[in-house]
Design a protein around this ligand. Structure first.
Ligand code: AMP
Length: 113
């Protein structure tokens, strides 16, 4: 999609630190990490948020979700990790391309919000 930051990252037009890629998804390190490990997992097809996940193929959805576990193992997050997907203004979503934050490498706060 034109003018989408994460579409440009997936296309290689904007640099990123890639940690994982397959036919359906791409994962890279967050530029402003909120934890020792902070990775974004995005479907290659553009949808704005998880509210539009029904526009993705079942294969793409499955790939994105299973990639999270693969990346966590790759990153050595055996003690655990948190997965967050902000959706819309109340959740402070800043990039309107569906993405899952993987946060790990430290004890997370007990409360989620
Ligand atoms: P959200 O606020 O949930 O939409 O998350 C968007 C995330 O994208 C934020 O954590 C940003 O730090 C991250 N981000 C923005 N631009 C880049 C970039 N060029 N490379 C990597 N991460 C980015």
């Amino acid at each position: 999609m034109d003018n989408c930051l994460f579409c440009k990252i997936i296309a290689g037009d904007i640099p990123s630190t890639k940690v994982y890629e397959d036919a359906y998804c791409y994962a890279f390190r967050d530029i402003n990490p909120q934890a020792p490990t902070h990775i974004l997992v995005v479907p290659k097809d553009h949808v704005a948020s998880i509210a539009e996940a029904d526009k993705l193929s079942p294969e793409a959805l499955c790939a994105v979700i299973t990639a999270i576990g693969k990346i966590a193992a790759q990153e050595g997050l055996e003690k655990g990790f948190r997965v967050v997907s902000n959706c819309g203004p109340d959740a402070c979503q800043s990039v309107p391309h569906l993405h899952f934050h993987i946060l790990g490498g430290r004890q997370m706060a007990d409360q989620m919000a």
